[in-house]
Design a protein around this ligand. Structure first.
Ligand code: FAQ
Length: 328
């Protein structure tokens, strides 16, 4: 039993006092740490969100990873390699954060490969050209930054601290994507057309990354009351649109939304409605690449069994050696 699973009756402290302490900590904008008592719902919500987030980083390596062998130069290959490796690191920090809540990493992986736990809808779309690599950096990492910078102030300490480093790296990823696109836009007509085509395909799925609209987001109210989420799905989506429109103008591409225009009264851009039926379909496993993504993750896990066995055997050997040394 970890400190965070304290049995209230065993410590002789009234459950309501623990609850009050938890609520006061949240109200004062202080962090909840793994050793602290927390309501079961808070723990479950965090494990759900952090696990989905970790799975997204790991599955998110696939769409861009497919282009490592086909990158057009050694420089682009090295950049892409490093970027995809960063995403693996993000997944690992996040699985570690989930473990501080008592989750078991092997169990989380099984839930992913058995289709029992979600990952971001965005990674179920195909990468058809090298321009997609640039657009993923610009849009997907850009959306990730909008969504994740506020998570650096999330009420759960290990999650918030993991997000600080992740956001620094995502910012770098976004710039590399935008720089790649600027280079392509200075190239040939065919390259410019590739960029525009990629923008057309990724725009709406990127808006869907922020989740369903607020009036259909069952988890938002409680997650915001617990200060796990700091802003609603629609607020962050709006922030992303406002941030991206001037970048698109500078790049010289058109965003594929006839309803997109500046609204001086609101001080924000108005924009069209994403196809929410499509988001529901993709989330429930019926997107263009869901089956392929999960099958590939499952195969990688199975092919890696020998590495896990070897590492476990090595750790046991080391522990036995240390114990023997201590006795001698
Ligand atoms: N895709 O009530 P809400 C990245 C689910 S990382 C799939 O609004 P919530 C880095 C939701 O889980 C991208 N499922 O839920 C990178 C819930 O399902 P459940 C991942 C979605 O949690 C870049 C149900 O719908 N980022 O990009 C989606 O309050 C490039 C109802 O929704 C994160 O995970 C979706 N788009 O808000 C890597 C950030 N939207 O569990 C590689 C952390 C909603 O009740 C390359 N997560 N759902 O069955 C969050 O901020 C939140 O969890 C939201 C959803 C905003 C995603």
């Amino acid at each position: 039993m970890t400190a965070s699973h304290v049995d209230v009756s065993a410590v002789g402290c009234a459950g309501s006092e623990l609850q009050e302490h938890f609520e006061a900590t949240i109200a004062r904008d202080r962090r909840i740490e793994p050793r602290d008592w927390m309501p079961d719902g808070y723990r479950k919500t965090l494990i759900r969100q952090i696990a989905q987030h970790a799975h997204s980083e790991i599955i998110g390596m696939q769409p861009e990873g497919e282009w490592i062998t086909r990158a057009p130069s050694l420089r682009r290959k090295a950049i892409l390699f490093a970027k995809v490796q960063d995403e693996a690191g993000h997944g690992l920090y996040l699985y570690s954060a989930a473990e501080t809540l008592g989750a078991d990493r092997a169990d989380l992986t099984n839930r992913l490969i058995e289709g029992r736990q979600k990952y971001s809808s965005i990674f179920n779309y195909p990468t058809l050209s090298f321009a997609d690599v640039g657009v993923i950096g610009w849009f997907v990492d850009g959306a990730a930054i909008c969504n994740q910078v506020p998570l650096c102030r999330s009420s759960y300490g290990p999650y918030a601290r993991a997000m600080v480093r992740i956001c620094k790296e995502e910012s770098f990823h976004q710039r590399q994507g935008y720089e790649l696109l600027l280079t392509m836009m200075r190239g040939t007509d065919a390259q410019r057309a590739m960029v525009q085509d990629a923008v057309n395909r990724w725009w709406w799925p990127s808006l869907m990354m922020f989740g369903p609209p607020d009036d259909n987001s069952p988890n938002s109210a409680q997650s915001m009351a617990w200060k796990i989420k700091r802003h609603s799905n629609d607020e962050l989506r709006q922030r992303f649109v406002d941030m991206t429109v001037p970048q698109a103008e500078k790049l010289g591409v058109a965003l594929p939304d006839p309803e997109l225009r500046w609204n001086a009264e609101r001080g924000h851009h108005d924009f069209g409605t994403p196809d929410w039926a499509e988001l529901t379909r993709v989330i429930s496993g019926d997107g263009p690449c869901n089956a392929e993504r999960v099958a590939r993750r499952r195969a990688a896990h199975e092919e890696g069994a020998w590495v896990r066995e070897a590492a476990t055997a090595h750790a046991a050997k080391q522990a036995a050696r240390t114990q023997k040394g201590a006795v001698a």
